[in-house]
Design a protein around this ligand. Structure first.
Ligand SMILES: [Zn+2]
Length: 141
């Protein structure tokens, strides 16, 4: 069941709220971006993340070597403290079928450690472009 949580960056410039079901699977991936940022993502709808403050403090990063057309994945992070908050993406394939958000669960504030520990995790072999399969090694992700 979806619940509404508060989220923020580290310095406090950016605050948002997000509707997310912590019982639904999250993803950890070994692609070059997720590995370097230790991205812990959960896919939600475009209405499920609402910025409360810090629009001007949000930077927008698009991978230069992305396999996807430019503008299709926007990684949003605080330009002051660097914390990755969420990404907005567009994929013309199921289950996305259009615009979506990937929420970085690590940026949520009012969630119990025990609840975070219980979130199901799917490991993705993104470096091999096989998000449908786990990588050989995943414990470091
Ligand atoms: Zn910040």
């Amino acid at each position: 069941m979806k619940k509404t949580y508060k989220g923020s960056c580290h310095c406090g410039a950016v605050h948002f709220e997000a509707d997310v079901d912590l019982a639904s699977p999250s993803q950890r991936c070994n692609c070059t971006y997720c590995r370097k940022t230790r991205y812990w993502k959960s896919f939600v709808g475009t209405d499920d993340i609402r910025l409360l403050s810090g629009e001007a403090d949000l930077a927008d990063y698009r991978a230069p070597d992305s396999q996807w057309p430019e503008d299709h994945i926007h990684h949003r992070f605080c330009r002051h403290c660097g914390v990755q908050l969420f990404s907005k993406g567009y994929l013309d394939m199921a289950p996305f079928n259009g615009w979506f958000y990937a929420l970085n669960l690590a940026s949520l504030d009012n969630v119990d450690e025990a609840d975070l520990a219980a979130v199901p995790i799917i490991y993705e072999n993104g470096i091999a472009d096989r998000q449908d399969q786990p990588p050989v090694h995943s414990t470091y992700l």
